[in-house]
Design a protein around this ligand. Structure first.
Ligand code: SF4
Length: 278
């Protein structure tokens, strides 16, 4: 049995919170560079500015966007790991330290009705999964409101089929326009039920930009959707162009014979996430 002290979790979550806001993931940056090289005119210039912005953030150790997001934390705990304390408290303390010490914008209100800022960006939204082994994996994903607000879930029915899924995804992207700060990474959850589809879509955003679903049907749909979405001419920041999305990621789960739940979780070009394995 491996014992992990809560202070270690707090320290790592603080570090990841600051790094996620500051350092773009290399796969996302490479994808932006490829997209820039494929564009011309205004859309090329916007992508150049986005890349320059990400370089300034890294070199001057400042957040790449003013909206440093609400923090979503995915945890995988092996059955041979013992946490010597409350993991939720440890994570929230890490987020608190990260947002205060890293001078990141505090973007969380205590109640959605009263809307009083908690002033430390807590509580985080924490998802915990139990796995086998002696590892603790923590992934942070600060999510800005611009792209999250334009995300959607819909309970389709099996008769809607693949064409129904495509229609819903493309309508969501057209409605979002520039408000989700494209080029986007698009996480799509298909299956489960209402809440499971949303979780699948969020988890899909954590995949590498260049990977493909292991499910052949999902992988085919990812490629078809990426092509069709990039023909919508939404473009970088919604001002037209060939690059509306950098990637489409589809995660599947079994579902009821009468249901076809679909969630489209839009992620902006910052596509922030960082992980650690302890
Ligand atoms: S959607 Fe992303 S890039 Fe746009 S304001 Fe929000 S965090 Fe920043």
């Amino acid at each position: 049995m491996k014992t992990i002290k809560p202070e270690i979790i707090t320290r790592e979550v603080e570090r990841l919170s600051i790094e996620a806001a500051t350092f773009i993931e290399p796969d996302v940056l490479n994808s932006l560079i490829k997209a820039r090289d494929n564009e011309k005119g205004l859309s090329k210039s916007i992508l150049e500015q986005i890349i320059e912005n990400d370089e300034i953030a890294k070199n001057e150790f400042v957040p790449m966007c003013q909206d440093t997001g609400i923090m979503i934390v995915f945890v995988e705990i092996g059955n041979e790991v013992f946490i010597d304390g409350d993991i939720n408290d440890a994570i929230n303390q890490g987020v608190r330290n990260g947002y205060i010490n890293g001078y990141l914008r505090k973007s969380v209100v205590k109640s959605p009705l009263d809307r009083i800022n908690t002033n430390d960006n807590t509580p985080a939204i924490i998802h915990i999964k139990h796995t086998l082994g002696d590892k603790l994996k923590i992934t942070v994903c600060p999510k800005g409101a611009g792209s999250e607000n334009m995300s959607k879930v819909k309970m389709l029915v099996p008769a809607d089929g693949i064409e129904g899924i495509k229609k819903f995804v493309k309508e969501t992207i057209l409605e979002a326009g520039g408000r989700a700060c494209p080029p986007l990474v698009i996480g799509i959850g298909i299956g489960g039920n209402l809440e499971k589809a949303c979780l699948l879509a969020k988890e899909a955003l954590l995949r590498d930009i260049d990977d493909e679903s292991e499910d052949l049907s999902a992988s085919k749909l990812e490629k078809e959707l990426l092509k069709e979405i990039n023909e919508l001419n939404v473009g970088p920041m919604g001002l037209g162009g060939k690059t509306t999305a950098l990637a489409v990621k589809i995660n599947l789960y079994p579902c009821h014979i009468a249901s076809l739940p679909v969630c489209v979780n839009l992620q902006c070009h910052a596509a922030r996430h960082k992980k650690v394995i302890l």
